[in-house]
Design a protein around this ligand. Structure first.
Ligand code: FRU
Length: 488
């Protein structure tokens, strides 16, 4: 299939039955489909959007291009859940209709007001010369699910001093005021966040740039999200254009947070940027608040401009599992949401000591499970788990006591991709005890280390039959105590 501009900029209604059947057949023959992550029926999924609790359930939308695994005309696809575990596909929520959004409904957020769900998004337009025009727009969903769009943008264009890279509105409320952050690019081609204010969610005025230390940190800041957590101010963001630095920033693009003091008069007093994920495939996360006050996060388990093995099947990507955020010692921690425990049925256990050897981890195996493994490294210089083990395939998760790193190695995980960016990710770790909380799905792994102080999120494409789990120690001893719940 050749992706001409005509082929990429079509709306979903124009899909013929023949096209749909072709995509459906291709997807149903795929061996890579996930079993408990949100994924597109076909086509390409990217950022989570409009994540919110409204009218008795969670609503989570995502960027969707229906026709194949490329970035083209973006729609918002709507999913809904009462428990963050089972998600129901509700169909397309927002599609391009007006001239100001003629080339896509880009990312944004949701907020509940007056018994309705206000959805803020970026209208993406290209003119005849293919110049980009971005505006911030609003659609309102009522309790019956009916969505009405404002016929004109609420913010028509970027302010003076900024380029057309102006997108991804995230809105929150403080008492009677509403605030919005928008990702932006200064005319000197550095990224930043713009701050707006409103009393009614319709009329918005510019407060200015969020005052921060970073004046030259990447060329465009996508998907900003500001919130307070345990009396800290947090800015979550996906700045594009960071260069590798030590063990950080080895993917094409990165997401992270600044933890600081709550915003005062547009000024954000903050510490250093913390990369949010130590794995290979994580971008553009968004947060919301649960009815019981937890700060929840969902990310896109994928990256722009990278080819994935499912592309040839006409679909790509999925979202991460929902995670709960908290702060400890000024570091942002992530934990899988408690609700996921509902998926636990029968537990299997294995405990063993190994000395300079590799052993199957008892009865534990599989490609769709949750597992908690407590590893204590004795005299070994490397010890940990080999997952999705099969002929010539393994994904290795281990502690290296010599280099003092925790490592995820997907060099031989299965079908290789994104190889220009390397196949090993690691992070400093100096203790000899570690807890790996692993969520494995057909083609992904999410590892929460200890109580969530670091997370490795990655896609993996092993053969279906690569289901072994092994424990190993090199040049010495280590012990493990593991419990696993296979998901059906
Ligand atoms: C991030 C992003 C956003 C944009 C959307 C378009 O992945 O580039 O900045 O709104 O994707 O799909």
């Amino acid at each position: 299939m050749e992706w001409t501009q005509e082929a990429r900029y079509r709306t979903y209604e124009s899909m013929t039955t023949e096209e749909r059947l072709k995509l459906e057949n291709s997807v149903s023959a795929s061996i890579w489909r996930q079993r408990y992550h949100i994924q597109p029926m076909y086509g390409l999924l990217n950022d989570p959007n409009g994540f919110v609790w409204f009218n008795g359930s969670y609503h989570l939308f995502y960027q969707w291009f229906p026709f194949g695994a490329v970035h083209g005309m973006k729609h918002w696809f709507h999913t809904e859940s009462s428990d963050l575990v089972e998600w129901e596909n509700k169909g397309v929520a927002l599609k391009p209709e007006y001239s100001f959004e003629s080339h896509g409904i880009y990312s944004g957020s949701g907020i509940v007001h007056n018994n309705s769900l206000y959805l803020f998004y970026t209208g993406n337009k290209r003119d005849e010369e293919w110049n980009r025009h971005s505006s911030q727009c609003l659609a309102i969903m009522n309790k019956s699910g009916k969505i009405t769009k404002r016929e004109i943008p609420i913010i028509k264009s970027q302010p003076n001093g900024y380029t057309e890279h102006f997108r991804d509105p995230k809105v929150w409320q403080v008492e009677d005021n509403f605030y919005m952050v928008v990702g932006a690019q200064r005319e000197n081609l550095t990224g930043c966040v713009l701050l707006y204010q409103s009393h009614d969610l319709i009329d918005w005025s510019l407060l200015g740039e969020m005052g921060m230390k970073e004046m030259d940190f990447g060329y465009m800041w996508e998907c900003p999200d500001y919130f307070t957590l345990q009396n800290h101010g947090i800015l979550l963001c996906s700045p594009q254009g960071l260069q590798p630095e030590g063990d950080s920033y080895h993917n094409i693009y990165h997401s992270g947070v600044w933890v600081g003091k709550p915003l005062t008069n547009n000024h954000f007093d903050h510490g250093d940027f913390q990369e949010l994920d130590a794995g290979f495939d994580f971008y553009a996360p968004q947060t919301t608040v649960s009815p019981d006050g937890r700060r929840l996060l969902v990310g896109w388990m994928g990256l722009p401009e990278i080819e994935y093995p499912t592309d040839s099947e006409g679909w790509a990507h999925c979202l991460t599992i929902p995670r709960e955020l908290f702060i400890k010692d000024n570091i942002l921690y992530q934990q899988p949401v408690n609700e996921l425990k509902e998926k636990r049925k029968k537990a299997a256990r294995a405990a063993m000591n190994v000395s300079n050897e590799v052993r199957d981890l008892g009865e534990l195996s599989g490609d769709c499970f949750e597992m908690i493994a407590e590893v204590e490294v004795g005299s070994a210089n490397r010890a940990g788990l080999r997952l999705r083990v099969g002929k010539g395939e393994e994904t290795i998760l281990y502690v290296n006591t010599e280099t003092q790193k925790v490592v995820l190695d997907r060099t031989n995980a299965g079908v290789a991709f994104a190889q220009d960016y390397g196949s090993i990710r690691q992070k400093h770790y100096s203790k000899n005890k570690i807890r790996f909380h692993i969520f494995m799905d057909t083609t992904s792994i999410e590892v929460f280390v200890n109580d969530g102080e670091m997370v490795f999120t990655s896609r993996l494409f092993p053969k279906m039959e690569s289901q072994g789990i092994q424990f190993f120690a090199e040049k010495g001893t280590a012990k493990i105590d593991a419990v696993q719940w296979k998901y059906d």
